[in-house]
Design a protein around this ligand. Structure first.
Ligand code: NAP
Length: 567
């Protein structure tokens, strides 16, 4: 299994400077979309801060997922940051749904534009985060041997950052190349003339299939579950659209701030059954031709809840598949069975179904033809061995809690976070957990309700507000109460029926053998999260207990003395 190169992109001098002061107010883990923003907010609020990142560059998910055709399926400008009008005006996305290289360039631009790189340390995968009771500080260790002391740790480690590879016998025996989509090598993989197997057909896998089909000698796609894929309908952003976007920053930001899903899309305030069958077919056609998530977020408001409408929309997609895919048996395999639209996270693709018309592309349904083992030269199924040069694992992630549970977090009385969450995560507003003082995880489990940066941005703002409040009142130990943690966790679990995703999906951790099947999203919705955040800020953060350590000087005092210009 290949790994991206470990060589840091920053020079030794930068690394030394980053390490120079071993104690900071706020230590951020992860240089993805949430961590970058948290570092920016912490610094802007006058805290000394450092960010540790396992990779050698910024971008998080968009750093690791550099597989062919990796791209947004949220509109580029609704995914990017909204905290700076200047940034919005300076950066022009070239496409409605930007590709990974452009996304990675964007994050690098942001980091340099706001001079954040000097507080980042790369190649520093965090291995332990241990609370020290007497000093009220965290000790954080990283794989590069560095040790850091911090008053507050913000784990911005992401929800889709720990790749999952199924335990198929013989994987280590394979002599060709193997790559997981979420750990794609920086050196481009040479597919020319190669025999390639791809295992998994979720949002990542469906992007790769058409991207490499022309280049490879042979591509065999192993599918466990067919999903209701519809066209992404990507397009360049025209100069006129760029001008409109720039002109309308304030209103776009306001709409995104108040949108339940973090998109600009507006749900159709009509039941499907209010339209005639002919009108519905026309409506489905416009959805099919619409961009990305509008299939979900601009649909009839009852598309996921009304079985008649849901089945009709699914049948509409099934007919499209039958019309595109020439081989009827392959078309039938590509039509999902057992779940309606919205039962699983729908993928969006470009020429995905069309690619199966190519003579060198084959689809294997592993429910009919199970994989028995990986051999030295290929994959053995119930029908025999196929030889390959490359295996692509597009088999998903340990969603929501995967990274946090592997961070080595030890809270009060040495309590391991992963033990505390053995039966599923316990959180307050998806940002904090009782027993883990001064530890926050915006963008983690129990927060997500749509377009990732929008709700995780709300959470970063909230965490920063809590920290500022504590500083203003002379407190340095902040801990959410068990009652508040219990209340939000119960709300999340009790509201599971509010969203369409099935318990068998990765949103409940069901894809990971042995993992507790528990709600990992925030089905109470972004509006509920915002309402409770606003109430909490207005009420002086009643869900938290605040205290002052007696031992030693506080990190804030240390930073003030050392770096007055930054404060
Ligand atoms: P995924 O949606 O979890 O898809 C992985 C697929 O592999 C699933 O269908 C899974 O089936 C299947 N699988 C697991 N074990 C298998 C096996 N032994 N043989 C064959 N198939 C197997 O993962 P993903 O495609 O990486 O996407 C994850 C998430 O990342 C997406 O849902 C999306 O939120 C995000 N994403 C976003 C973008 C974008 O913005 N453009 C692009 C890519 C990904 P089970 O589900 O039954 O286990």
């Amino acid at each position: 299994m290949s790994e991206s190169t470990k060589a840091p992109e920053t020079g030794p001098a930068d690394q030394d400077r980053n390490q120079g002061q071993d104690q900071v107010d706020v230590l951020v883990v992860g240089a993805g979309v949430t961590g970058i923003y948290q570092l920016y907010r912490a610094r802007e609020a006058g805290f000394s801060a450092r960010l540790l990142e396992a990779g050698t560059g910024v971008g998080g998910t968009w750093y690791w997922n550099r597989y062919p055709e990796a791209r947004f399926d949220s509109e580029s400008y609704t995914y990017g940051y909204l905290f700076s009008k200047e940034l919005w005006e300076e950066w022009e996305w070239s496409e409605r749904f930007a590709g990974q290289p452009e996304i990675e360039r964007y994050f690098n631009y942001v980091v340099d534009r706001f001079d954040l790189r000097r507080d980042m340390r790369f190649g520093a995968k965090v291995t332990s985060v241990v609370w020290d009771e007497p000093s009220g500080m965290w000790t954080v260790r990283a794989e590069d041997g560095s040790v850091h002391r911090a008053r507050v740790v913000v784990a911005a480690t992401g929800i889709l950052s720990v790749p999952f590879i199924p335990d198929i016998p013989g994987r280590a025996d394979f002599r060709g190349e193997q790559h997981h989509t979420g750990r794609w090598p920086k050196t481009p993989v040479d597919f020319a003339g190669k025999r390639v197997a791809q295992i998994g057909t979720g949002s990542s896998g469906v992007q790769i299939v058409p991207a490499i089909a022309d280049e490879v000698a042979q591509l065999t796609v192993y599918q466990k579950v067919a999903d209701w894929l519809t066209p992404l309908n990507n397009a360049p952003i025209t100069p006129e659209e760029q001008a409109e976007l720039k002109k309308n920053f304030d209103s776009i930001r306001e709409t995104l701030h108040t949108s339940p899903s973090g998109f600009l899309h507006q749900i159709t305030m009509r039941s499907g059954l209010e339209d005639t069958p002919e009108q519905r077919q026309e409506f489905y056609e416009t959805r099919w031709n619409g961009p990305g998530f509008t299939k979900l977020s601009e649909h009839y408001y009852d598309m996921t809840t009304n079985p008649v409408v849901n089945q009709e929309w699914c049948e509409f997609i099934a007919e499209k598949i039958r019309g595109i895919v020439k081989d009827p048996a392959t078309a039938e395999k590509l039509i999902p069975k057992g779940h309606g639209y919205g039962g699983r996270r729908p993928p969006f693709g470009t020429r995905y179904y069309e690619t199966y018309n190519k003579p060198n592309v084959t689809l294997v349904d592993i429910n009919e033809t199970p994989i028995v083992r990986i051999t030295e030269t290929g994959i053995e199924t119930s029908e025999g061995v196929e030889e390959y040069d490359i295996i692509i694992w597009a088999t998903g992630y340990d969603f929501g809690t995967g990274a946090l549970n592997r961070l080595g977090v030890r809270g009060r009385q040495g309590l391991p976070l992963e033990e505390s969450w053995a039966d599923g995560p316990h959180t307050y507003l998806g940002v904090a957990a009782a027993g883990f003082p001064n530890f926050f995880f915006p963008g983690g489990p129990h927060g997500a309700t749509g377009n990732n940066p929008r709700y995780s941005g709300d959470q970063v703002d909230y965490v920063t507000d809590v920290l500022v409040h504590a500083r203003e009142h002379g407190h340095d130990v902040i801990e959410v109460t068990k009652a508040a943690d219990d209340e939000w966790t119960a709300l999340v679990n009790d509201n599971s029926g509010q969203i369409s995703f099935l318990k068998s999906s990765y949103f409940y951790g069901a894809n990971i053998p042995g993992k507790a099947v528990k709600q990992l999203l925030n089905p109470a919705g972004r509006w509920k999260l915002q309402e409770l955040i606003n109430e909490s800020v207005a009420g002086g953060f009643p869900a938290f207990s605040f205290a002052k350590t007696t031992e030693g000087t506080t990190a804030a005092e240390t930073a003030e003395a050392a770096e007055p210009a930054d404060a």
